[in-house]
Design a protein around this ligand. Structure first.
Ligand code: SF4
Length: 680
C-alpha cells in the first residue's frame, strides 16, 4: 500500500518539512509538503533524504569488539555490560573520568536523556558538535543580548532593507533559505557578503568584501568606525536599550578603513560603502555561520557582529535581527536541552544553586554536579592524557568532524571504554568497544528545533531495520540498567513532557500540541495557550537589567600565519550536495554521483607559480598531516588562500587550537603548503 507520512528533513538546521512516500512500509521517495518554512521546496539533500534509510550498511545488531573483530551480541548483553563498565570506571576513577558526546542529529528528547544520564552519574562532561560550529555564537550572544539563539524568524528576512551575510554561504548550506533572501532582494534590499571566497551567495550580492581569513574583527570594527564617524548610529536605541557604547567609540577609533585594508585586504572605499549602506538602510539583518565562528577569536567575532547590529538598532523589530544559521538539523535543540557542559536544560547554569536544586528535584535526586564539565576538545585531550577513561558517543563522528584527526584517533584508542551509538559504522564507531544500532529520523518520533527556534514534531514513517532502536529507547534502557532514578519512560512523549517542566522556554510545548500544530512552535513559549515567540528582544533583552551589552573587541591574528615552510592560508567550507562527515549523504547514490570526490580551490596566480594545472592531483600539508585531492584552479579564492571542502577528511589538516572563551577550534585558518603530485 502506498502512503504519505509527514517528515522533517534530517540534514541542515532550516527545518524543512516533506512527505515520506512509502510502499508497503518501505520508503520509496520524498514528495513536497505544501507548507512549512520551506513552502514546499527542498534542496538536493532534502530530495535525497530517504536514500540512506535502507542502505545495506545500516547497523542492525549491537556489536562488541573482540580479539577477532566485532561480534554481534544481544541488546540485553550490550546494555548490561556497558552499564557495568561505566559504573566500574566511575567507582575506580571518579565520575569526571566519564564523558558523553551528544548529537545535533538526534531529537530534543534524546539529547535531554543523554545529558541527564551524564549528570545523574555525577559529571557535567557532556557536549555536542555545536562546540565545533556555534559555541562562539552561544558565548557571544549570551554576553551581548542574553539569548543564544536567532532573534527573529525567516519571515523577517524579506522585510529587511539590508542583509549582511558574514562567513556564511546559504546558497549551498541552507539553499531553501535563499528563497527568503532573494525575496528581500526583490523588495529592494541590498545584500552585502563578507567571505574569503567568491561563493555562490556572492553571485546574488551587491557587495562582496573578500577578506583575508581570520581578519573579521578588523573589518567589523572598521565598519563601526565609519558608522560612528559619520554619526549614522541609532542614538535613541543605543541610549534606551544598550550599555557600553562609549567604550566602543574608544575601541574602534584606530580601526580606520585604511588600516583595515592593510590587514583584511578589503579596499577602504568598499568598507566605507558597506558600512554606510548597512547603517542607513533602516532595517537590517546580520546572518552568520562557521566562516565567522570557527576561529580562535570566534566568540569575539560574534560580539563584534552583535555590536554592529546593536549600534544600528537592528534587533527586536520587524525586518531586523541577529541570525546565526545552524548547520545540523537539531543544533539549536541540542543546545537548548543542555548537551553542553555548563548548563542544565534551558540554559540554567550548573553553578546556580537554586536552578540546580530545581532540576535535581524533578530528576528525583538531592543535588547534581555543580562544576562545569569538559568540552569536546577538552575531553579528547583528557582521553589522550589518560585522564578521561570512558566516552559514550551518540550520533557523532569526531574522527572526521574534529580538527587534527591523528590526535583524535590516538585519544580514542587510549580509552578503557568507548561506546558509539549510530546508524552506520562510522570511522569513530570502528574504534569502539561497543556499537549500538540506532534508528534513523524516519524510524522514530520526537521533537527537533530548527534555526529560528521552531520546535517541530518528527513523525515516525517506517520501522527501523533489524534490531536498531530509537536513541531515546536505548538511553532509557541504559538509564534503568545504571539504576538511575526516574527512567521509567513508556514513550518519547513522557520525555517531552518532562522537558516542559525543566526548560522554561519549552514550558508550553507539549507533545500533543506539536502533533496538532505540525508547523511547530517557536520558543520561548511559557504556557500551552501561548502562541510562541517569532521575535526576541522586542521590549527588553534577555539580560538581567534588560539592556544589551555592547562589548568592544580587539583583533588578534589567527594562531597560525603563513611562513616560509607553510606559505599559504588553508580554509575549509561546505558544499550543497554533501553533508558533514558524509555518513548519510555519501550513502545516497544521487548525491554521491554528482558530488563525488575531494578537491581544493587554488588561485590562478598560485597555480601558475607551482606549475599546477586545473584537475591535477595535489598534496596539501600542514603541521598536523597531509591530504591528497584534485586542484580546482579558480578566481573564487585570492592569491595565498587554499580552500577545501572538509567533508572528505580534510580535518587531518586543521588546527585544534581553541578560542579561550568558547573552546571552539580554529577550523577556518591554518598555515599550509601545496605540493604538486600531477596526474588526474
Ligand atoms: S535546506 Fe536543509 S532542511 Fe531544507 S531540504 Fe535542504 S538540507 Fe533539508
Amino acid at each position: 500500500m502506498e502512503e504519505f507520512k509527514i517528515g522533517l528533513c534530517p540534514y541542515c538546521g532550516m527545518g524543512c518539512r516533506f512527505y515520506i512516500k512509502t510502499l508497503n512500509g518501505q520508503p520509496i521517495g520524498i514528495e513536497p509538503y505544501p507548507g512549512g518554512v520551506n513552502e514546499g521546496k527542498l534542496c538536493p539533500k532534502g530530495v535525497a533524504a530517504v536514500d540512506f534509510l535502507r542502505h545495506k550498511d545500516r547497523l542492525k545488531k549491537p556489536l562488541k569488539r573482540t580479539e577477532n573483530g566485532f561480534v554481534e551480541i544481544s541488546w540485553e548483553q550490550a546494555i548490561k555490560e556497558i552499564a557495568e563498565k561505566l559504573l566500574e570506571i566511575r567507582e575506580k576513577y571518579g565520575p569526571d573520568t566519564l564523558g558523553f558526546f551528544s548529537s545535533a542529529r538526534c531529537s530534543n528528547e534524546e539529547n535531554y536523556l543523554l545529558q541527564k544520564i551524564a549528570r545523574l552519574l555525577g559529571t557535567n562532561n557532556v557536549d555536542h558538535c555545536a562546540r565545533l560550529c556555534h559555541a562562539s555564537t552561544v558565548v557571544g550572544l549570551a554576553q551581548t543580548v542574553g539569548a543564544a539563539a536567532q532573534s527573529g524568524s525567516y519571515t523577517d528576512i524579506p522585510k529587511a532593507k539590508v542583509l549582511l551575510i558574514w562567513g556564511y554561504n546559504p546558497s549551498e548550506t541552507h539553499p531553501v533559505l535563499m528563497r527568503y533572501i532573494l525575496r528581500a532582494r526583490d523588495n529592494g534590499a541590498k545584500i552585502i557578503v563578507v567571505d574569503p571566497r567568491k561563493t555562490r551567495t556572492v553571485w546574488f550580492a551587491d557587495m562582496h568584501l573578500q577578506l583575508k581569513p581570520g581578519t573579521d574583527i578588523v573589518l567589523a570594527n572598521a565598519m563601526m568606525h565609519v558608522i560612528i564617524e559619520e554619526r549614522l548610529y541609532d542614538r535613541e536605541f543605543i541610549m534606551n536599550r544598550t550599555k557600553g557604547f562609549e567604550k566602543l567609540i574608544a575601541a574602534v577609533q584606530k580601526y580606520t578603513p585604511e588600516y583595515a585594508e592593510e590587514i583584511t585586504g578589503v579596499p577602504a572605499k568598499l568598507i566605507r560603502e558597506a558600512a554606510i549602506t548597512f547603517a542607513t538602510a533602516g532595517r537590517g539583518i546580520v546572518m552568520w555561520a562557521m566562516g565567522l565562528t570557527q576561529h580562535v577569536t570566534g566568540a569575539a567575532n560574534v560580539k563584534a557582529l552583535a555590536d554592529l547590529a546593536l549600534i544600528c538598532g537592528y534587533v527586536g523589530r520587524e525586518g531586523t535581527g541577529l541570525f546565526p544559521m545552524r548547520g545540523q538539523n537539531n543544533v539549536q535543540g541540542a543546545c537548548d536541552m543542555a548537551a553542553l557542559p555548563n548548563v542544565f536544560p534551558g540554559y540554567q547554569k550548573v553553578t546556580d544553586d537554586e536552578k540546580r536544586k530545581h532540576v535535581a528535584e524533578i530528576w528525583g535526586v538531592e543535588d547534581l554536579p555543580s562544576k562545569p564539565g569538559l568540552t569536546i576538545p577538552e575531553m579528547i585531550d583528557a582521553a589522550a592524557k589518560g585522564e578521561l577513561k570512558a566516552l559514550y558517543i551518540m550520533g557523532e563522528n569526531p574522527v572526521m568532524s574534529d580538527p587534527n584527526t591523528k590526535h583524535v584517533i590516538e585519544a580514542l584508542k587510549n580509552l578503557e571504554l568507548l561506546v558509539v551509538q549510530d546508524i552506520f559504522l562510522t570511522e569513530t564507531a570502528e574504534l569502539a568497544h561497543y556499537v549500538l544500532p540506532a534508528a534513523a529520523y524516519a524510524e522514530k518520533e520526537g521533537s527537533f528545533t530548527a534555526s529560528e527556534r521552531r520546535v517541530q514534531w518528527n513523525f515516525k514513517a517506517i520501522e527501523p531495520p533489524g534490531e536498531a532502536k530509537p536513541d531515546w529507547e536505548i538511553l532509557t534502557m541504559l538509564g534503568k540498567a545504571l539504576g538511575l532514578p526516574k527512567f521509567d519512560y513508556s514513550d518519547v512523549e513522557d520525555i517531552t513532557r518532562e522537558i516542559t517542566l525543566v526548560a522554561p522556554q519549552y514550558r508550553g510545548i507539549t507533545p500533543e500540541r506539536l502533533k496538532r500544530e505540525v508547523m511547530g512552535v517557536q520558543w520561548p513559549c511559557p504556557s500551552e495557550d501561548h502562541p510562541g515567540t517569532p521575535r526576541l528582544h522586542v521590549e527588553r533583552f534577555a539580560t538581567p537589567d534588560g539592556k544589551a551589552n555592547i562589548i568592544p573587541v580587539e583583533f588578534k591574528p589567527p594562531a597560525e600565519e603563513p611562513d616560509e615552510e607553510y606559505p599559504f592560508i588553508l580554509t575549509t567550507f561546505r558544499i550543497v550536495g554533501q553533508y558533514h562527515t558524509l555518513t548519510m549523504s555519501n550513502r545516497s547514490e544521487s548525491l554521491k554521483k554528482r558530488w563525488s570526490s575531494p578537491y581544493a580551490q587554488i588561485s590562478p596566480e598560485d597555480a601558475k607559480k607551482l606549475g599546477i594545472q586545473d584537475g591535477e592531483m595535489i598534496r596539501i600539508v600542514t603541521r598536523r598531516g597531509s591530504y591528497t585531492c584534485r586542484a580546482v584552479v579558480t578566481e573564487d579564492v585570492s592569491e595565498g588562500v587554499i580552500a577545501v571542502p572538509w567533508h572528505w577528511g580534510a580535518n587531518i589538516l586543521t588546527n585544534d587550537v581553541l578560542d579561550p572563551e568558547a573552546k571552539i577550534p580554529e577550523l577556518k585558518v591554518a598555515a599550509c603548503r601545496v605540493e604538486k603530485i600531477g596526474g588526474c
